[in-house]
Design a protein around this ligand. Structure first.
Ligand code: SF4
Length: 177
């Protein structure tokens, strides 16, 4: 969910693995925004996804019509989700672009589909899975390949109770680096 283009045909440069891992973890902590070379891809905005918005995200909430928000299941009062239309598209996606890009939810700011590629997990939405299989990481140091393997190994700890994104995120957060 960024505007930088990293397109290389069917294979896309996912960047240096070690640097990506550190930046991804910072994004998951909310310390930075994920910088994803999305190009023209809007798969994550068009894949039947509910987007969580927390009660502290006042700027975001001010930019989304309240009738598009519903209480978030299993979360305390004030947490909401932004749903999708009949085609599975986020209603804030207009003419192929996020109409509230500068005010988008934290969920969107930290979303990076390379997390699936890093963890070797197949995304549950076909358009996202297609994009994910194009990513290729590079490795500056020999140890970085082992680090990547460690993330993929860690995923096996999580059973069927965890969904694909949860498994991938947990492995990225849990690996020793
Ligand atoms: S709010 Fe914007 S970035 Fe987030 S899913 Fe909707 S269109 Fe995509």
């Amino acid at each position: 969910m960024s505007e930088e283009d990293g397109t290389q045909g069917e294979i896309r440069d996912a960047g240096d693995f070690s640097a990506w891992l550190s930046e991804m973890r910072a994004a998951l902590r909310g310390d930075r925004t994920a910088q994803v070379p999305c190009g023209s891809c809007t798969a994550c905005c068009t894949s039947f996804q509910f987007v969580h918005v927390g009660p502290d995200e006042t700027d975001t909430l001010a930019h989304i019509p309240s009738d598009l928000l519903v209480p978030a299941p299993g979360k305390p009062r004030g947490h909401v989700v932004l749903g999708y239309d009949k085609s599975g598209h986020c209603p804030m996606l207009i003419d192929g672009r996020c109409s509230i890009y500068d005010h988008r939810p934290q969920t969107c700011r930290s979303y990076d589909c390379r997390v699936f590629a890093a963890a070797g997990v197949v995304a549950d939405q076909p358009a996202i899975a297609e994009r994910v299989q194009q990513w290729r990481f590079t490795y500056r140091e020999p140890g970085d390949r082992f680090l990547h393997e460690a993330v993929r190994f860690l995923v096996q700890r999580y059973g069927p109770d965890a969904g694909p994104i949860e498994k991938a995120v947990r492995a990225v957060e849990g690996v020793d680096s």
